[in-house]
Design a protein around this ligand. Structure first.
Ligand code: NAD
Length: 482
């Protein structure tokens, strides 16, 4: 029986007005009979209204002094941090994470917003030259209406990584959340939008057709997308007729390379946070682990021992190490990879325990798996699993492991594990990736001073820092002859 007890209604926000037409139920992935929210499903007409609202608000926001934009957005960061207590439990119930993961999403989001906004005044200062022949001023101007499209896994921080640079540089924004985690994000965005002029921040809900309409809209001058690689390709296609700037943060298949001198206990303490946090559903999660053949059994045994202590259950259960997968398609994708692995020479080890066995089938629950003795070429080693399942691959020498790490269409994160800092740095420099971490590889590895993004089919462009701001401005060069 489906339960509906007084759930929030999540509408579009267009030009400062809420509209709640055509609501659909959103379910808890850990209690499939529970409706968490009723969420609007938009159309291309809603997108058009939102883009026009953003377009009308643009001149006023562009001409607002940057110091005032900074103040408003710093206040928004406080509002965001202060909303975590109220909204993180709702986020847990819609995206399936455990409570501290949802709280971390809010905290990282507030930190990212504050950090990027505080860089803006210096970044936006014009670069000028004045000599006997001429005066030159190179000015950074906003592009206009920006569109942001985000996934469900860490919706708050992934939104703030786009909202902050877009709005502080003077653009207006239309955001499309994922239908798999729309509610908590939208409620906090409503609060933030109420502190800004109407139309500066707009939200339209819906599926891929709404995202595509947003990407293709002629008045949208910038698209910032985070999601899967196949969807990123569709985003680019939709923007071709109106040629707009696009930033893509896409999938990954991050390698973790354990060197023969690594301290396994210390490495596993940190590495496992990068494997199973958010049920493995993080773009730069550790998705394949390479271990030197001579120490393989020792590493695999130590890893299995630790993972066996995990307990899986609903995200609001304080005992849960991690929660269910987010949606049926994702659940089936991981099950399919497991099935394909079962029919190979690899050994699939299922570990951990079920917190509430009687409710296990009422959610997309999966125990943690470690896959031993698997080949580098196996589907589970080559494809992004996005689940609590990790392949452990034995390698023979450094040349081989570097070749295998780079033998991927992806190139998002990566890591090297060693007690020798120079060796770690030398190996890191040989990996094709947007980021390489040494002796760390999880959400704890992020440093706001590091640009974030991927190479190859993991994306185009970078978020954070001055390079993140630069994706939202055009350089306008002015020269006066004397
Ligand atoms: P997804 O690509 O299915 O969806 C992402 C967003 O795109 C959603 O809002 C969706 O509704 C929208 N969308 C779907 N079709 C569209 C279209 N044709 N045009 C425009 N928008 C469209 O991804 P997901 O399942 O929500 O998220 C998981 C994927 O996201 C994984 O591959 C993961 O690695 C990736 N991801 C990447 C990063 C990063 O920073 N690189 C961060 C988080 C997640």
């Amino acid at each position: 029986m489906t339960t509906h007890t007084s759930v929030p209604q999540i509408g579009h926000l267009i030009g400062g007005q809420l509209s709640v037409a055509d609501l659909r139920d959103a379910y808890d992935p850990g209690r499939l009979n529970e409706v968490v929210a009723r969420v609007a499903v938009g159309t291309a007409e809603d997108v058009d209204r939102a883009v026009h609202a953003a377009h009308r608000a643009f001149p006023g926001w562009r001409d607002t002094p940057v110091a005032e934009r900074v103040q408003k957005l710093l206040a928004a960061a406080e509002l965001l941090a202060g909303s975590s207590e109220e909204l993180a439990p709702l986020l847990v119930r819609e995206h399936g994470g455990v409570l501290w993961e949802a709280q971390t999403d809010f905290a990282l989001g507030a930190g990212a917003l504050q950090h990027m906004v505080s860089l803006a005044e210096e970044f936006l200062r014009p670069v000028q030259f004045d000599d006997e022949q001429s005066f030159v001023s190179v000015e950074k101007v906003p592009r206009g209406v920006a569109a942001a499209i985000v996934p469900w896994n860490m919706p708050v921080v992934l939104t703030m990584m786009k909202l902050a640079p877009a709005l502080v540089t003077g653009n207006t924004l239309v955001l499309k959340p994922s239908p798999f985690a729309p509610a908590a994000l939208t409620l906090v965005l409503h609060k933030i939008a109420a502190t800004l002029p109407p139309g500066v921040l707009n939200v339209v809900h819906g599926e891929g057709d709404v995202g595509a309409a947003l990407c293709g809209h002629p008045l949208v001058r910038k698209v910032a997308f985070t999601g899967g690689t196949a969807t990123g390709q569709k985003v680019v296609e939709a923007t071709v007729p109106t040629l707009k700037n696009v930033t893509l943060e896409l999938g990954g298949n991050d390698p973790a390379i354990v060197l023969d001198d690594a301290d396994f206990d210390a490495a596993l303490d940190r590495m496992l946070k990068g494997v199973y946090t958010r049920t493995g559903q993080i773009c730069f999660a550790v998705k394949r682990v390479y271990v030197p053949r001579g120490r393989y059994q020792q590493f695999a045994d130590a890893m299995c021992d630790r993972v066996n202590s995990y307990a899986v259950g609903h995200g609001l259960d304080p005992e849960a190490s991690f929660g269910p997968l987010n949606n049926e398609a994702q659940f089936k994708k991981v099950l399919n990879l497991l099935d394909r692995t079962r029919n190979s020479s690899a050994t699939l080890v299922e570990l951990g325990r079920k917190l509430d066995p009687s409710s296990w089938d009422n959610g997309y629950y999966m125990l943690p798996h470690v896959v031993r003795d698997i080949e580098h070429t196996a589907p589970l080693s080559c494809e992004e699993q996005f689940g609590p399942v990790v392949p452990l691959i034995a390698y023979d020498n450094e040349e081989q492991v570097i070749a295998w790490a780079n033998d991927s269409d992806y190139g998002l994160g990566s890591s090297v594990w060693t007690t020798d800092p120079d060796r770690g740095l030398a190996m890191a420099r040989r990996i094709e990736a947007g980021s390489t971490f040494i002796n760390t590889h999880s959400f704890e590895s992020l440093d706001l001073r590091m640009p974030f993004g991927g190479v190859k089919q993991s994306g185009i462009g970078r978020e954070f820092g001055a390079i993140g701001l630069s994706a939202y401005v055009e350089e306008h060069a002015i020269r006066r002859l004397k």
